[in-house]
Design a protein around this ligand. Structure first.
Ligand code: LFR
Length: 480
């Protein structure tokens, strides 16, 4: 048995998992979980990266004698490092509003279709390319969040490939930073170093990290699939062909794996993106606003003094009238942190639907709406790839939300296989295990271990899809 530590940072919480590699399977135990939420200071949304670092050190201390550590997190955000090697500015959250104007300006210089054709990345305001265009601080290096943590752990700067692909600055043809795009947008490529192949062993932990955590000086830091979605997709326990995945947490990332990108205007307009997978494959997927709508609602209710218990709320929402009111989760108004129930009510009022008042009604509306958005994305996937989707794997925290899994099966008319819920940490550990030679290389060997490590729970559609089809047709923005 070999012990690895998987550090997995999400937009609402971070965790450290001890991964016990036992030949043909990996068992995970959580050693620390700590909250994460963007912090608003003078109108700018920051991440509390130092709070995360403290949580990581605590989790590593509790993990014991790990042979290696890998870090994954949400994509696109970065920390700036000065010439002295220290943090030069606090990382800004991708939901900060500095990006929208930068995106508009950049798209005037390089059209959306050209940008998409060159990089395969859906132009979204939060892409690193637009964040760098909006950046006011100057620095020596920009390190994406997992690379920043990896640098603090090992002293070695890296630009891991799966996460680098999400920046919107990697040329699809070369797999390297696009000097052309950087030149046209006036971005300093000197901030970025060579793209680091996924699974590179960066080196041992720094002595100060070993001292703070009790890790051995020989413990290695591995550049795992550091984009959380890439890590989750690396651990999908596919059981057959023609399966799509939904990596479901703050976001629902709905997609398939492919050998080749799809960069035509239809994919651009349908909101799809082509990110790098752990083995250099393409993760062709669409970002659907996910359980963020629910988690922000819970925060708003608790701030109002309501005593909300999530499991009880979901149990009631399961019994609520279905499809009473639905919203398009991807409507821009839901993107910023804030009072989600109020925004949902405003949307329903504007569209002439019954207004969800109680938390149960709001939760039912959110879950029906997410299931509909999953349906829309799966339909678009089939159309764009020309390949049928027969099964849907839901992985990540959303796999524990039985109601969402059932509604997704109902709305899409496809069986849903739910789990593993810790797909991201599992994928993180699987890629590390391969880098250390504990598991044979390649996706097939990795998926065999993923299958042995977690048995998915199956949800079959309960009835005809018809009501979902007509609910989707209620909105021009929500057509299936
Ligand atoms: C999911 C995720 C998505 C990315 C979004 C923003 O956690 O990494 O893949 O588009 O967060 O970084």
């Amino acid at each position: 048995m070999t012990l690895l530590a998987a550090v997995d940072l999400g937009a609402s919480s971070g965790r450290v998992m001890a991964a016990h590699v036992r030949g043909d399977r990996i068992d995970l135990t959580e050693t620390a979980r700590f909250p994460n939420r963007a912090v608003n200071v003078r109108g700018r949304l920051y991440w509390d990266v130092l709070g995360l670092w403290s949580g990581i050190l605590e989790g590593l201390r509790a993990a014991g004698d790990a042979a290696a550590i890998g870090v994954d997190s949400w994509a696109v955000d970065y920390g700036l490092i000065g010439h002295d090697g220290h943090l030069a500015a606090n990382p800004v959250c991708y939901r900060d509003n500095r990006n929208a104007a930068a995106k508009t300006k950049a798209l005037e210089q390089v059209g959306a279709a050209d940008l998409f054709a060159a990089t395969g990345i859906q132009p979204q305001p939060f892409n690193t390319i637009f964040q760098l265009a909006a950046e006011t601080a100057s620095a020596h290096r920009a390190l994406l969040i997992p690379d920043l943590i990896g640098y603090w752990l090992s002293g070695v700067p890296a630009w891991e490939a799966t996460n680098a692909s999400t920046t919107g600055l990697i040329d699809l043809a070369t797999g390297d930073w696009s000097a052309d795009l950087a030149g046209r947008l006036g971005l300093d490529l000197g901030l970025l170093g060579p793209v680091t192949p996924t699974g590179t062993v960066l080196g041992p932990v720094l002595p100060e990290v070993a001292a703070a955590t009790g890790l051995a000086l020989s413990a290695k830091v591995v550049a795992t699939a550091s984009h959380d979605t890439a890590a989750a997709v690396a651990a999908v326990p596919y059981e057959g062909d023609r399966a799509a995945y939904i990596s479901c947490g703050t976001w629902s990332l709905v997609g398939v794996e492919r050998d080749e990108p799809i960069t035509g205007v239809a994919a651009l307009e349908a909101g799809f993106t082509n990110e790098r997978g752990a083995d250099g494959s393409i993760r062709f997927l669409r970002n659907v606003a996910g359980l963020w709508l629910l988690s922000e609602s819970v925060i708003a209710w608790r701030a109002q003094g309501l005593d909300i218990e999530l499991a009880a709320l979901l149990a009631e929402a399961a019994k609520a009238e279905r499809l009473r009111s639905v919203v398009d989760p991807d409507d821009g108004r839901f993107a910023d942190p804030g009072d989600m129930p109020a925004r949902i009510r405003a949307y329903c009022a504007e569209t002439g639907q019954p207004i969800p008042e109680s938390p149960v009604e709001v939760a039912a509306c959110v879950l029906d709406s997410l299931a509909l958005a999953h349906r829309r994305a799966v339909a678009a996937l089939e159309e764009l790839t020309g390949e049928a989707v027969e099964t849907i794997h839901i992985v990540g925290g959303g796999a524990n939300n039985a109601l969402l899994c059932q509604l997704t099966a109902d709305a899409t008319g496809r069986p849903v296989l739910a789990g593993p819920d810790e797909a991201t940490a599992l994928g993180n550990a699987l890629v590390q295990a391969q880098a250390l030679g504990l598991i044979a290389p390649g996706p097939a060997a990795r998926r065999a271990v993923a299958r042995a490590s977690a048995r998915p729970r199956r949800f079959d559609p309960r009835g005809p899809e018809t009501p979902w089809g007509s609910a989707a047709a209620r909105f021009p923005t929500c057509v299936a």
